[in-house]
Design a protein around this ligand. Structure first.
Ligand code: MN
Length: 448
């Protein structure tokens, strides 16, 4: 296939070949726009698998597209750390980023990992989705074109990619994976499952993937490893692996890096882990105005009290500007953080642009807030803005808080978001629900 001896060299060669061919005849393996470690590892992992063991007519022409624009790379220090662990130290020479794609590029085949609907940016009329491997809710697309089409809930999409290698290995006994690639996949599973923690999102697929990858990953190499306890893969049982100190140490390092975001501006916090959705307004909300609307969901690894700490005015102005820049009718800010007692906590801030497309006076805001508040899967508890340091009148006048049937009246006066924006803040009592659960709920509420 190639003379490359390391993953880094291999990726550079593939990238050069892709650009030389202008993408003609290639399959782009793409993760989701949030560009987290799972997306990066899964796309590189599946592209390699496709080239080595995959579809005949690909003839080695599959490449991972990292969906993160170059300027946004710094927003994910954990990605940079793990890429370096895997020997990828000059990402812009090794990885294909959106701005590398030639305007005239001829690639029409896409394989989707870590999401299951092709981003509208790439959905030109002749685009074909030839494979889907994902752990988000199945949106039901590409049943007749995608093969494989694997959509299954588990902690990390990288576990599903790993299971492709595993099933090959079980059937012919000689599936191999480069050490650097094993490190990438292992790291993604580790961060997504909090080090395979019990009671979290971890399922057997994740545990089995880690057990299979560890021997290939040569984890005694430089890494955040307590080297006094090297791993002997052949002696490892699944139980031992779950207690594996390397996994625990790596999880701590990566999670700490992922949370080290306090230096970021409001705009950077909103865009570093961001997904945008085009939703079709239900007739009962739109009342004839109709048309699609844009909704964005930002996951922010800080409590709202910290998010707002630089003072209400600049944060609110930058948040409204972000909504304007993305053309959003709805923005949800989903926070995730640890309490002082190290308990997982989540909050939600929802902002609706009442002059946005199809918002029909207050109907969209009303439908959204009512819909969210009724969801037992979220268990939202409304919180006052004064809790986050906003000078409001709610505390002097608490009965106002209960006037839920006059949405524009009860919060516009107190919210730091001024007309035409209307916002509510919630504590999320079900701390297990992430954007993966919130996005389909939002879609159901808006589309009816
Ligand atoms: Mn994922």
């Amino acid at each position: 296939m190639s003379s490359a001896t390391t993953l880094s060299q291999y990726l550079q060669e593939q990238r050069a070949r892709f650009l030389q061919d202008n993408g003609r005849g290639w399959t782009i393996v793409m993760g989701n726009e949030a560009g987290d470690l799972d997306t990066v590892a899964s796309s590189i992992g599946y592209a390699w698998h496709r080239v080595q063991y995959g579809v005949q007519n690909d003839r080695g022409k599959a490449i991972a597209l990292v969906p993160t624009p170059r300027v946004d790379f710094v927003l994910r220090p954990e990605n940079i750390h793990v890429l370096a662990l895997a020997g990828i130290t000059d990402p812009f020479a090794e990885l294909l980023c959106p701005e590398d794609l030639p305007v005239t590029q001829k690639c029409i085949d896409y394989a989707l990992v870590d999401h299951n609907t092709l981003n509208t940016r790439y959905s030109q009329p002749d685009a074909r989705v030839v494979a889907v491997i994902d752990h988000h809710e199945d949106e039901g697309n590409y049943r007749d074109t995608a093969s494989p089409r694997i959509i299954q809930p588990c902690g990390s999409c990288a576990s599903l990619v790993t299971s492709l290698y595993m099933s090959l290995s079980a059937s012919n006994g000689h599936s191999q994976i480069p050490s650097d690639l094993a490190v990438l996949l292992l790291s993604a599973i580790t961060i997504d499952t909090g080090g395979l923690s019990k009671g979290g999102k971890t399922v057997d697929i994740d545990r089995a993937a880690v057990a299979w990858l560890l021997p290939y990953a040569k984890v005694t190499l430089p890494a955040p490893i307590p080297t006094e306890t090297p791993v002997d893969p052949r002696a490892s049982t699944l139980g031992e692996i779950l207690e594996n100190p390397w996994i625990g140490s790596l999880a701590n390092t990566l999670i700490a890096e992922k949370r080290s975001v306090s230096h970021l501006s409001t705009r950077d916090l909103l865009r570093r882990d961001y997904k945008q959705y085009t939703l079709q307004l239900s007739p009962s909300i739109s009342q004839g105005t109709g048309g699609p609307i844009q909704a964005g969901l930002s996951t922010v690894p800080l409590p709202l009290s910290t998010f707002f700490k630089s003072g209400s005015a600049p944060v609110v102005v930058m948040t409204m500007a972000w909504m304007g820049e993305c053309g959003l009718s709805i923005l949800g800010v989903l926070t995730t953080y640890r309490s002082k007692k190290d308990k997982g906590r989540r909050e939600q801030l929802w902002i609706v642009n009442q002059r946005g497309e199809g918002s029909g006076q207050d109907r969209l805001a009303r439908a959204l807030f009512d819909g969210l508040e009724a969801r037992e899967a979220l268990l939202l508890k409304r919180v006052k803005y004064s809790r986050y340091g906003f000078a409001g009148r709610e505390d002097e006048d608490t009965h106002q808080e209960d006037k839920t049937d006059s949405i524009p009246g009860d919060l516009v006066d107190y919210s730091p978001f001024s007309d035409p924006f209307i916002a509510r803040v919630y504590k999320q009592k079900n701390t297990h629900a992430t954007r993966k659960q919130v996005a389909p709920i939002l879609k159901q509420i808006v589309e009816g």
